[in-house]
Design a protein around this ligand. Structure first.
Ligand code: 3PG
Ligand code: MG
Length: 378
């Protein structure tokens, strides 16, 4: 696959030029309103606020806008736990003129990318805008279908996300450092391999560090790890030509359930839940010395104050460094918000999986669909 850019994908301005005017046109906007919920309370409305520049641009031009999103994973069935009502209430406060479609994933045709569902979505629609960066790695009906049938464009948010992420992927100011955390190494192996081609150094914390420590033959006690990924992690470490920083100390619970600090050899029954202070300081230094930083995934169980220090130190370094900083993924964004640092990074991506896949592959199904929509016309 050749490296894509946001170039070649029609913008909102191109769409307006193609239609002459947007006045009275019915525009379907695919947004990613998959927000975190506590019961029916939205705990972080970043994804709704991030869509406003596009929604307002369209309504200011007289378009009749209908937004459509998935929420959670209701698996093709109407499930009241995933009703869009909390989102609808918040959206009515922020963008009262915008209509909201029911949860797209209540219909099995969404995930199956079914022709019938695409036809229903574009029925009565004059134009389509994809602003759902966080869902653009899914080849679902609402993401890849409409550009085949109606004039289509990327929204402001999608354009900004793609431009920034492809810039750090293809042309970063160096040194370029990636800090990765979170639980599952198997989700991130592809991106780790791809990043090793572009970054100058990688730092790995979070539960996934234990699979790497196990690959180095270290005892990891009862820490979470993925036994079937140990060999792969060992191979990655063996063939890496860039420094990979792994923890040199760990904070967790000892066999009696007391908070304790360990070196990289965890005793039997102990469980690692955060990187230790020495490691956090080292990762912080790596971030301070960089000119581009990408951070995805917390360093420990930061929701629990006993295991938040590692994530807090990394977050503070990401906020303080002079580097160009990009934070991807719901958990790292939530950590930044918890520490009050979310306004001190250059870009907080609204996509977790999508930002990793774009860094890994340089393209996404949702972007391809918008590019091919143009080819159909031209
Ligand atoms: C996300 O939250 O990662 C996006 O909204 C995509 O959701 P999904 O992982 O359920 O496809
Ligand atoms: Mg996801």
């Amino acid at each position: 696959m050749s490296d894509a850019t946001a170039g070649g994908i029609p913008t909102l301005g191109d769409l307006e030029a193609e239609l002459g005017s947007l006045e009275g046109r019915r525009v379907l906007v695919r947004t990613d309103f998959n927000v975190p919920l506590d019961g029916d309370r939205i705990t972080d409305d970043l994804r709704i606020r991030a869509s406003l520049p596009t929604l307002e641009w369209l309504t200011e031009r007289g378009a009749n806008v209908v937004a459509a999103s998935h929420l959670g994973r209701p698996k093709g069935k109407l499930d009241p736990r995933y009703s869009m009502d909390p989102v609808r209430t918040r959206l009515a406060e922020l963008a009262p003129a915008v209509e909201l479609h029911e949860n797209l994933r209540f219909d099995p045709g969404e995930e199956a990318n079914d022709e019938r569902f695409v036809a229903e979505l574009v029925d009565g629609i004059d134009a389509y805008v994809n602003d759902a960066f966080g869902a653009s790695h899914r080849a679902h009906a609402s993401i890849v279908g409409p550009p085949r049938f109606v004039p289509s464009a990327m929204g402001r948010l999608l354009e900004r996300e793609v431009t920034i992420l492809l810039r750090i992927r293809n042309n970063p100011a160096r040194p370029f450092v990636a800090v990765l955390g979170g639980a599952k190494v198997s989700d991130k192996l592809g991106v780790i391999e791809a990043l090793l081609d572009t970054v100058d150094a990688l730092a790995i914390g979070g539960a996934m560090c234990f699979t790497f420590l196990a690959a180095q033959g270290r005892p990891i006690g009862d820490s979470l790890f993925e036994p079937d990924q140990v060999d792969t992690c060992g191979n990655l470490l063996a063939k890496a030509t860039k420094p990979i920083h792994l923890p040199s100390d760990i904070v967790g619970l000892d066999a009696c359930g007391e908070v304790a600090m360990f070196g990289v050899r965890l005793p039997e029954g102990a469980k690692g839940l955060d990187i230790g202070p020495g490691t956090a300081a080292e990762f912080g230094d790596v971030v301070m010395d960089a000119r581009t930083v990408f951070w995805n995934g917390p360093m420990g169980v930061f929701e629990d104050d006993r295991f938040a220090a590692g994530t807090r130190t990394v977050a503070q370094a990401v906020a303080d460094t002079k580097a160009f900083t990009v934070v991807g993924g719901g958990d790292s964004a939530a950590a930044l918000a918890k520490f009050g640092l979310d306004d001190q990074v250059d870009h907080v991506s609204t996509g977790g999986g999508a930002s990793l896949e774009l860094l890994e592959l340089g393209d996404l199904p949702g972007l391809q669909a918008l590019r091919e929509g143009v080819r159909r016309d031209g």
